[in-house]
Design a protein around this ligand. Structure first.
Ligand code: CP
Ligand code: NVA
Length: 309
């Protein structure tokens, strides 16, 4: 596999191996630092949207391995506008060792991967966010020592983060439930794929429109912004539809006693999550954000590390 565009492309065994590698690389980094295996290697980071976590964690991952990263802003690249995606892919392939791209249209990261001769990593599209899902799985795995048999409940918008979380859960045997407002479902094709993956791993996908019902028996409650990047003109409408889906103390009380609360961040405190929950005892928001670094190191090592992909 040359690229990392969706977790659904990878076998459960490979995803588990990535998690094991992330645990090991995290340990190595904590006890003195990672080996300089990427000396002279450079990652090009193409961003069509803003970012804190994705940009900084990929940049630091490369530095920790002795490599480097280039930030290419929307204004500089003009992906598909100033220059065709196919031409950008072929030009950049001659300069650097891998591309990480954050795009609006998922087809654009697929197009980059098609034309690039080097690995392409999806750093978020309107369809999914697989690097986030790997950090999420790592956080859950560290907390519970497994994914299989856990109940992961996502409350809120059926967006890119929900899709990748559903797919990683279905791959690794966790039961995934979503509670979203009517009209804010995940794409039908993503759900169909999730159900197929869940059947293969012996887990379940449950689709609900009630937040309280969705978090019953949950070991993990997950939420994300009500308005994703690119949907800003819908903000007002969404602010009317989503308040019953807020992750607050009353909602968390309806889950398992040892439930953990997750959010990919950035958080809109007072909207999809309250301060009390975000900063409370069940919250794993910051360890989860920090795990982006470690999960992405494992992805980079797999794609451009000494043994290749
Ligand atoms: N969670 C996440 O991808 O954050 P950024 O948008 O800041 O990269
Ligand atoms: N669903 C959000 C995730 C941000 C990391 C968005 O796409 O804006």
């Amino acid at each position: 596999m040359k690229d990392f565009l969706t977790v659904a492309d990878y076998s459960p065994e490979t995803l588990q191996a990535l998690l094991d590698s992330a645990v090991q690389l995290k340990e190595e980094w904590k006890s003195g630092g990672n080996k300089p295996i990427f000396k002279d290697k450079v990652l090009a980071m193409i961003f069509q949207k803003p970012s804190l976590r994705t940009r900084v964690s990929f940049d630091m991952a490369m530095r920790h391995f002795g490599g480097d990263a280039l930030y290419l802003s929307p204004a500089e690249i003009g992906l598909g506008k100033r220059e065709s995606i196919a031409d950008v892919a072929r030009v950049v392939s001659g300069y650097v060792d891998a591309i990480m791209a954050r795009v609006f249209d998922h087809a654009h990261v697929e197009e980059l991967a098609k034309w690039a001769s080097i690995p392409v990593i999806n750093g978020l599209s309107d369809y999914n966010h697989p690097c986030q899902a790997m950090a999420d799985a790592l956080t859950i795995y560290e907390e519970f020592g497994k994914m299989k048999g856990l109940n992961v409940s996502y409350v809120g918008d059926g967006n890119n983060v929900a899709v990748s979380l559903m797919h990683v859960c279905a791959k690794l045997g966790a039961n995934f439930t979503i509670g979203n407002p009517v009209g804010y479902d995940m794409p039908a094709s993503a759900i169909e794929l999730g159900k197929q993956l869940a059947t293969e791993s012996g887990s379940t996908i449950t689709l609900l429109n009630d937040a309280r019902e969705a978090v019953k028996n949950a070991h993990v409650i997950y939420t994300d912004t009500w308005t994703s990047m690119g949907q800003e003109e819908e903000t007002k409408k969404r602010q009317q539809a989503f308040p019953p889906y807020q992750v607050n103390e009353a909602l968390v009380a309806g889950a398992e006693d040892n439930v953990i609360v997750m959010h990919c961040l950035p958080a809109h405190r007072g909207e999809e999550i309250t301060n009390e929950v975000a900063d409370g005892p069940h919250s794993r928001l910051f360890p989860q954000a920090h795990n982006r670094l470690h999960a992405q190191k494992a992805i980079l090592v797999k794609l451009i590390g000494p043994s290749g992909s």
